[in-house]
Design a protein around this ligand. Structure first.
Ligand code: AMP
Ligand code: GLY
Length: 431
């Protein structure tokens, strides 16, 4: 069969790479893809991003299954568009994707369905928002209501930082983020302490299959210093997600979310990603929902997945919701760990056009997944913030880490930035 993967990041490269290994595959298209997917002999880049044009193309080219990587096309309704024309596509509808695209929607949803999350209030009026911060005090978290590509959250350790974030997001609407009703809105919520983990599942609207656990590193610099990013590295499994935490996440967060959506008359299909905050007593709260896989978490997760991904996605898009019910996933028991190499100036002003030199070749043990790259006449150059995710398997976290950094020694581009401590939390909790 022919499969289409929508997106251009490292996550989409990893998903397309895994899909291309399926026995059932004739061709795998990536729209629009990147310089790395262009070079991959098993993948074909398709330079289309418009949703209607993609749907028309999928119809003319008999695409059997489409998988959507990023949140933006989901929030624009790509799933609705494809389904209205009888095309099989894996992802949430526009209305279901509000769990990610609107912080206010997802917070109201969680509070209505008693899903554990931080206390919060929503504001569109600047004075009331400032008054709320004065009343609650720092540390406190200010979130823009809308998709802001990871830039819409300020964890304020002082009242002043919180006041500044409110003025930035609400008064000046400097992020240019608007919610569904138009205009800027912020959610202000209680600061949660603990350790974060990424909990992702596959859902057909009724049945749920959990993927392997993972953890990413959001800050730019070693020791979790510097600004927040989309993620500088990740590994799977995440030891902090013990069997007890896993069971709790399913029982208190994932299943009530799927059921709650259903009772709100929204069928949730697609990947669902709950960002968990796990406190020292093992109590969990939901930091956020994403209606897609995480990037870079996908890269190590795909390295470990033994099951045919097309079989999984086919089951998850079964219109009769029968195939996913007893679906069991097989995982490589080893650890996979991915280190992101980012461009000069990331995350604020990533530089484009630096030539990338790679000596390492891909294998079952080490994969270079490409993100912000472009292939110009056979020369691979940087084209975005996160450029590569070098991902390796190892018998232990330490071994996977060593293998990933060893591969990085054979890769270079001007201005490259990467953390040297990816995986440190997993090693600490193993001890
Ligand atoms: P979000 O996009 O909502 O996941 O927020 C991005 C990041 O901000 C999270 O991964 C956390 O590191 C941090 N964060 C968000 N909400 C909170 C909270 N209530 N308490 C502490 N940290 C938070
Ligand atoms: N790595 C976090 C995310 O994809 O949202």
């Amino acid at each position: 069969m022919k499969v289409l993967v929508v997106g251009s990041g490292g996550r989409e490269h990893a998903l397309a790479w895994k899909i291309s290994q399926s026995q059932r595959i004739q061709s795998v298209y990536v729209a629009p893809g990147n310089g790395g997917t262009a070079r991959d002999r098993n993948l074909i880049n398709l330079p289309i991003t418009n949703i209607v044009q993609l749907r028309q193309w999928a119809q003319t080219h008999q695409i059997a299954l489409t998988l959507v990587g990023p949140e933006a096309p989901l929030a624009l309704g790509i799933v609705d568009e494809f389904r209205q024309h009888g095309l099989r596509i894996f992802g949430p509808t526009k209305s279901a994707a509000q769990l990610e695209s609107s912080k206010a929607f997802s917070k109201d949803f969680m509070s209505r369905h008693k899903i554990p999350t931080a206390q919060y209030q929503t504001f569109s009026d600047t004075d009331s928002a400032h008054a709320y911060v004065n009343q609650m005090g720092a540390p406190i978290v200010v979130k823009a209501d809308g998709l802001a590509a990871g830039k819409g959250v300020v964890v304020a350790m002082t009242d002043q930082e919180a006041h500044e974030a409110i003025d930035f997001m609400l008064l000046d609407n400097a992020l240019g983020v608007v919610h569904n009703g138009g205009g800027a809105r912020v959610v202000i919520e209680e600061f949660l302490a603990g350790e974060e983990a990424s909990f992702m599942v596959v859902c057909d609207g009724q049945n749920v299959v959990a993927l392997a656990t993972s953890q990413d590193h959001k800050r730019l610099l070693d020791h979790d210093m510097g600004p927040n990013t989309g993620g500088m590295g990740a590994y799977s499994p995440a030891p902090v997600v013990t069997p007890e935490v896993h069971a709790k996440a399913m029982r208190k967060i994932i299943l009530p979310t799927i059921r709650g959506m259903k009772s709100d008359r929204i069928t949730y299909t697609g990947f669902l990603y709950a960002g968990l905050m796990i406190d020292p007593n093992g109590q969990i709260k939901t930091l956020e929902f994403n209606c897609r896989m995480g990037d870079p978490e996908t890269q190590p997760i795909m390295m470990r997945l033994k099951t045919d991904l097309v079989d999984l996605l086919w089951a998850a898009t079964d219109p009769h919701q029968q195939l996913l019910k007893d679906f069991e996933l097989q995982w490589n028991s080893r650890t996979a760990l991915g280190v992101v190499m980012a461009a000069h100036g990331y995350p604020l002003q990533p530089r484009k056009g630096d030539t990338i030199h790679i000596k390492a070749s891909d294998s079952d043990e080490v994969m270079v997944f490409y993100a912000g790259t472009i292939d110009t006449n056979g020369i691979l150059q940087t084209q975005g913030g996160r450029v590569l995710c070098v991902t390796a398997l190892g018998a232990t976290v330490k071994a996977a880490q060593q293998a990933a950094y060893q591969a990085i020694d054979d890769i270079s581009f001007d201005g490259q930035q990467y953390r040297t401590d990816i995986g440190y939390r997993a090693m600490r909790s193993k001890r």
